[in-house]
Design a protein around this ligand. Structure first.
Ligand code: BES
Ligand code: ZN
Ligand code: MG
Length: 474
């Protein structure tokens, strides 16, 4: 639990010896001989000064001007781990303070990290090991001494991030479409101005949503649109529309993925999870907006019912798609969701997020989200939010001369063109068929930015960007 306090003296339970005080400071030109009592040599990258009576001074940097916000945030995450190491059975409280020479901005980035560092996905560790953590070094309460006014906001988006991460990290036989729906209902259960509905297969058939129905055909759990409406502005104000890819497991379907490429595909609902986390932050802080999210949820599995390469699928707007590869499934359910959200809610701006293409990493690497937009103002606003939150994006083109690459001989378009290298652009051009030309729209490919392939855990990236964008949009 993280609590903000403005003065240590206000909080009586911190007056006993059960408290570890950590003060972050910039120690210029420190020499290693000054470092005392580095009980655990692993933390020597953060020299510890004068450790006396549960007080740690942590050197945040020898030259703060040389580290950026992302580094500071990462340090904040590590400080929680360091604190955990120093917390013994008797020490349950930890207080983070900043040396007065540290600027509020710098401490703020570290606090972000402290919030994020508190997150652990350990419910699948056997009892024995979690009990061990509990006994040896587990901080019960983290206190941050700050006058930051951003507390409510920070709590909102970090809670959103935690939800997003939990959804992505949860094993795929648990996190099936019905589970994502249930967890979402639970997340929003105490939040004002929110209405949640879902559209199951019967109704999807009536709507003619052939894309999502085809993808989910082999799954015993029903495919669905999960719809979250947040209304906290004049009812005449057209909403912000959000769509997030929710393929709760992507085997590739009959165009089966090789084993090494299939592992990790529980993350294929990362777009859905990110949209829900960002929307949660908005609703929790009661921003003055109308927002609607349509989350298509389905599992891309194999069985005798699975959709097949060579099938022709009719999408909700009547366009026909020749299935050349059942592994290019995300665009099918997104296409239907984009058509649906425009038809029913007439959003004034539309954002979709999806773990859409493996090619994305070849284009721009693993840290950056690829962003497409048919509208300059919209992209500019997203770029501002990217800068505000330090969550990197890079724009790729909706290059019209590539559009003919996805034409089909037998249907309107194919879902995957062969021998075409720009896979990320191709997928975006596919989606463009399902968005009205005059709707300002942006597509985020977060195939890699949403999941850390080294740790194999979700990053939570783009929740905060989305929150910042919706908070500031005109
Ligand atoms: N879920 C994948 C995209 C993906 C790949 C996300 C790697 C994260 C990491 C998507 O459904 C997919 O399989 N796309 C194919 C498209 C291809 C068949 C045109 C791909 O990227 O290979
Ligand atoms: Zn997929
Ligand atoms: Mg696929």
């Amino acid at each position: 639990m993280i609590t903000y306090i403005s003065k240590i003296s206000d909080t009586t339970e911190l007056h006993d010896s059960n408290t570890l005080f950590i003060t972050l400071a910039e120690f210029k030109n420190s020499s290693i001989s000054e470092v005392q009592n580095t009980k655990d040599t692993k933390i020597s990258e953060f020299p510890v000064f004068t450790r006396s009576k549960n007080i740690l001074y942590i050197n945040i940097a020898e030259d703060i001007s040389k580290i950026d916000t992302l580094d500071l945030r990462a340090k904040g995450e590590k400080f929680v781990k360091i604190a955990q190491k120093y917390c013994t059975k008797n020490i349950k409280n930890c207080v983070f303070t900043a040396d007065e020479t540290l600027s509020e901005n710098i401490f703020s980035a570290v606090i972000d990290g402290i919030h994020l560092g508190e997150y652990e996905f350990n419910q699948y560790k056997s009892k024995k090991s979690s009990e061990k953590i509990e006994e040896n070094n587990h901080i019960k309460n983290i206190y941050i001494v700050t006058n930051s006014l951003k507390k409510a906001e920070r709590e909102a988006w970090t809670t959103g991030v935690k939800f997003t991460k939990d959804m992505i990290n949860t094993p795929p036989s648990i996190a099936i479409p019905s589970y994502i729906e249930a967890q979402t209902r639970e997340l929003f259960s105490n939040i004002k101005n929110v209405k949640i509905t879902s559209i199951l297969e019967n109704e999807l058939e009536t709507l003619g949503a052939g894309g999502i129905l085809s993808v989910g055909q082999a799954s015993p759990d029903q495919s669905r649109f999960l719809i979250v409406e947040y209304k906290n502005a004049d009812s005449t104000k057209k909403p912000i529309g959000l769509v997030g890819k929710g393929v709760t497991y992507d085997t590739g379907g009959l165009s089966l993925k090789p084993s090494n490429a299939m592992t990790g595909m529980k993350k294929d609902m990362g777009g859905a999870a990110t949209i829900l986390g960002g929307l949660y932050a908005c609703a929790q802080t009661e921003i003055k907006e109308n927002i609607v999210a349509v989350i298509p949820l389905a599992e891309n599995l194999i069985s005798e019912k699975a959709y097949k390469p060579d099938d022709i699928v009719t999408m909700m707007n009547g366009k026909t798609v020749e299935i050349t590869n059942t592994d290019a499934e995300g665009r099918l359910l997104l296409g239907d969701a984009l058509v649906y959200i425009e038809k029913i809610f007439e959003p004034r701006v539309l954002i979709d997020m999806a773990t859409l293409t493996g090619a994305c990493a070849y284009a721009i690497g693993e840290d950056i989200s690829a962003v497409f937009s048919n509208n300059e103002d919209l992209y500019t606003q997203l770029e501002i939010s990217s800068n505000n939150t330090n969550e990197p994006i890079w724009r790729l083109p909706l290059y019209t001369r590539y559009e003919k690459k996805i034409e089909s001989n037998i249907a309107d378009i194919v879902n995957a063109a062969t021998g075409f290298k720009a896979g990320t652009i191709q997928a975006a051009l596919f989606l463009k068929h399902f968005v009205k030309t005059d709707t300002p729209w942006s597509h985020f490919d977060i195939a890699y930015s949403s999941f850390n392939s080294k740790t194999n855990f979700a990053t939570g990236q783009n929740v905060r960007l989305l929150f910042d964008f919706m908070k500031n949009i005109k």
